[in-house]
Ligand binder design. Structure first.
Ligand code: GLA
Ligand code: CA
Length: 695
């Protein structure tokens, strides 16, 4: 069909056509060049926000037959109606691309990460690739908003089934799903929220996953209190800060099971914070979750298997308890292998995001016999070089590190670096063809808030860059080709900058090599510090870096999700400028402007004003080189053809990753297409800590 034809012609483009040469190397800042045309295949079908789901009781409920016969009839599990909340979340049939589904089969993921443990609230990663996204259910949900008309976007209800604002806009009352249960049958209620808020978010010794869930993400001075088992009340300093409804989505407000976590927390036990964090290693199976599947099997460097949560609180309009799929796999391999296996059909899902794999994947997907569909979306994957802007001790730099911080804080230096980067060459080194675009930094060109004319681009100009470096006082005093610090700084030694990179992705490393080579031409020695995921993140969040390379994050791709990360609005909200030892952030003048623009954006009720504020943000951020953009390109969702209910045009990354945007609990496989992939057929999760599933 037409999408296949597009893939064929795209493959042709990628292989045969070299992109049009870019304009001259003017040294005056300008708008970025218009990106090469890219025939995005996945046309999103836009819907109204209230057409997706609702909360209501249905006359009857159903579950897979084997659950009834093997578990309910045998007295091992209460009947399905008693396991569901009073008013379950109901996905509306009209919003399902292929309608109500049937039970069975497994979704086979492949990931490049490895699980640290299940203590998400204490900051442990589970290996990414959709694991934590699937285990965690959050107060609100934003991933499916990619399909909602822009004028209508507000986060969807989830664990919070509804909310209302007080007349003065300072209080928000939230109503939780009533009588829902964790996957082990324990009640879910406001105590779970209060434990998360008081003992994880607010407790400075605990930092929940992502490094971002700090109290300031919900506004300075914000408080939360329990009204009753299913009602909580937020109090905000500002009036109607509706923007925080986005912060209450993944990854910032997804509470864990307090009945399991609380007894291990130092406040309620003899544990240290480190012992608390590590109390639930990957071997601790059947960790209670609110998500649709529960981890029941873990084999190091091999696989994590999850089985359906018998207490899951979402249903379809016929009352079928979700999920439709009985099992989820996460093969523990590499990110590159995820693309290869998804295209080959030995796995089911990949976010094709590493351009090095584009051409081969496109060729295979274009064949008639291809087991998987592949569809590109908007240009929302971008990479930035971020310079550590803390001059007051974040990450405790030594004298050399401190001297680099001073340079990073010098606007002429940042401009010199951005001018020394040949973005055309960087893009082409990843993949030839119409994929990559010149990206100066700032918000992504694929978002609705992007305005090209508010984006300041310093074109590639090596001589201009060198002149600026000289202006900053950097000269090669010993004639070895590497610029030296001025004699009064860092002993006048050669300037050496350490670049932190994620070792798990070919793209991150290719980009780092590109940067190293280009900096060398400008006389700057950059040394690679490539670390595995968790170590890299740890170095990042604790500020131990001069420069780092980072793939785009939701605030750049959607603007409204994680907006606080666009500027240092709090001590720990920015990716490259957090508080020093004394708890303060030493803001540069342009950062003060960014902070005030973001603060206004967070509380503005007026859409035109928000659009204008974001233009001003983009202008200030790119003009003062808040980040050094490297490249930007579209990603493609690869998903096996046997799955139904995959929303058309699902972007691999917008408000969240595609693993969430496809709404996995609603995916199904027609009976005749079901594979024999379930490793634990007709089994359910066991008790917390049990060695495996139960039957
Ligand atoms: C990793 C992968 C992404 C996505 C996310 C989900 O970062 O690279 O494609 O799967 O995990 O968290
Ligand atoms: Ca030198």
């Amino acid at each position: 069909m037409s999408s296949l034809r597009n893939i064929g012609s795209l493959a042709g483009l990628a292989l045969g056509v070299s992109a049009v040469a870019m304009g001259a190397h003017a040294s005056e800042p300008t708008a970025p060049p218009v990106p090469p045309q890219f025939p995005a295949e996945g046309k999103i079908k836009h819907v109204s926000r209230d057409s997706i789901l609702e909360f209501k009781a249905l006359p009857e409920y159903h579950e897979p037959e084997w659950v009834t016969t093997k578990f309910v009839s045998a007295g091992k599990l209460p009947p399905v109606k008693d396991r569901l909340p009073k008013e379950p979340l109901v996905f509306k049939t009209d919003n399902m691309p292929d309608g109500i589904g049937v039970y069975g089969d497994a979704l086979r993921h492949v990931i490049g990460g490895r699980p640290e443990g299940w203590n998400y609230g204490a900051g442990q990663t589970q290996g990414w690739g959709g694991i934590d996204i699937g285990l965690s259910e959050c107060l609100t949900r934003t991933a499916p908003l990619f399909q909602v008309e822009a004028k209508d976007t507000e986060p969807l209800p989830n664990l919070a089934k509804g909310w209302e604002w007080s007349a003065d806009g300072h209080k928000l009352t939230m109503h939780l799903i009533e009588n829902a249960k964790w996957s082990d049958g324990d009640p879910f209620d406001a105590d779970d929220l209060m434990f998360y808020w008081e003992d994880e978010v607010i407790d400075p010794n605990v930092s929940p996953l992502g490094g971002g869930a700090s109290p300031e993400a919900f506004g300075t001075g914000t408080t939360l209190r329990k009204i009753d088992a299913y009602t909580v009340e937020w109090t905000f300093k500002e009036a109607f800060p509706k923007q925080y409804l986005y912060t209450m989505a993944y990854p910032n407000f997804c509470p864990g099971p307090s009945h399991i976590l609380k007894p291990q927390h130092p406040k309620y036990s003899k544990n240290t914070y480190e012992q608390f964090k590590n109390a639930f290693p990957p071997e601790f199976l059947n960790m209670p979750v609110m998500g649709a599947w529960v981890p029941v099997e873990y084999r190091p460097d091999d696989i994590i298997v999850m089985r359906r949560n018998p207490y899951y609180w979402k249903v379809d309009e016929k009352g079928n308890q979700l999920p439709y799929l009985n099992e989820l796999h996460y093969k523990l391999s590499t990110w590159a292998d995820r693309d290869v296996q998804a295209v080959a059909g030995s796995a089911d899902f990949s976010n094709l995001e590493q351009p090095e794999n584009f051409v081969a994947s496109l060729k295979r997907a274009a064949e008639k016999t291809a087991p998987a569909r592949l569809a590109f979306g908007p240009r929302l994957i971008g990479y930035n070089l971020r310079m550590n802007l803390s001059g007051n001790g974040w990450g405790r730099p030594d004298a050399r590190g401190q001297a680099i911080r001073e340079l990073n804080r010098n606007e002429d230096f940042r401009k010199a670096i951005t001018m020394a980067i040949d973005r055309k060459a960087i893009g082409d080194s990843l993949v030839k063809g119409p994929f990559t675009a010149i990206y100066p930094g700032g918000i992504s060109s694929g978002t609705s808030f992007y305005d090209r004319n508010s984006t300041v681009y310093y074109p590639y100009d090596l001589e201009g860059a060198k002149a600026r470096l000289a202006k900053v006082g950097l000269k090669d005093t010993d004639g070895d080709g590497i610029l030296n610090f001025p004699s009064g700084t860092a002993g006048g030694k050669n300037l050496e900058i350490v670049l932190l990179v994620n070792n798990g992705y070919a793209t991150d490393k290719s980009l780092a090599e590109g940067v190293i080579g280009q900096m060398e031409k400008a006389g700057i020695k950059v040394i690679l510090n490539a670390l595995d995921g968790p170590k890299r993140d740890d170095a990042h969040y604790s500020g131990r870096f001069d420069w780092l390379i980072q793939r785009s994050t939701p605030e750049l791709a959607s603007v409204v999700q994680n907006t606080e990360q666009l500027a240092p609005v709090g001590p720990r909200t920015s990716w490259h400028h957090r508080a020093g030892e004394d708890g303060s952030v030493d803001l540069l003048p342009y950062e003060k402007e960014l902070v005030s623009l973001i603060a206004k954006f967070q509380t503005s009720q007026n859409n035109d004003e928000r659009v204008s504020l974001m233009k001003q943000y983009q202008k200030a951020a790119t003009q003062h080189v808040d980040t050094v953009g490297l490249t930007e390109y579209p990603g493609a969702l690869i998903i096996n053809k046997r799955f139904s209910n995959v929303p058309q045009g699902t972007p691999i990354f917008m408000f969240n990753w595609a693993e969430d945007s496809v709404i996995r609990e609603r995916l199904w496989v027609a009976a005749e297409s079901q594979g024999k992939y379930e490793l634990f057929p007709e089994q359910l999760p066991g008790k917390p800590g049990d060695k495996g599933p139960t039957n």
